[in-house]
Design a protein around this ligand. Sequence first.
Ligand code: FES
Length: 140
Amino acid sequence: MVEEKPLFGALPGDPKAKTWKVKVFDSKTGEVYTADVPEDRYILYYLAEQGMEMPAQCRNGCCTTCAVKLVSGEVHQPEALGLLKEMKDEGYALMCVSYPRSDVEATTQDEDEVYVKQFGESFESGGVVPGAVLDAIEDD
Ligand code: FES
């Protein structure tokens, strides 16, 4: 018999690690994900192991699909490459690379909204419209 591996291949962590109550409201589905998450585990991975599938794509801190806005609490997210410092300072977090540092309440965010908020205004065109068709490129 082949032993099934955890869905996300997460590390086991320290079984004696302190845990924090994490509650994430999924603004698209209305689901609420709650668990006592060890402080040495990424929140998204731990929730998945408990059977709660949050929105996610890269699971590596780059794409912002798992972005949340913290309602209360603190997370540690040094590997969150997909978020500018300013966004982290505003309370945004990427759950796939966030460790809880207190009890946490958060709400999922729309990926396009987060992306446009931090990068859209930087584009040469002056911004982007989510879902818009690219302008046709004319030859010189
Ligand atoms: S799933 Fe891509 S940043 Fe978390």
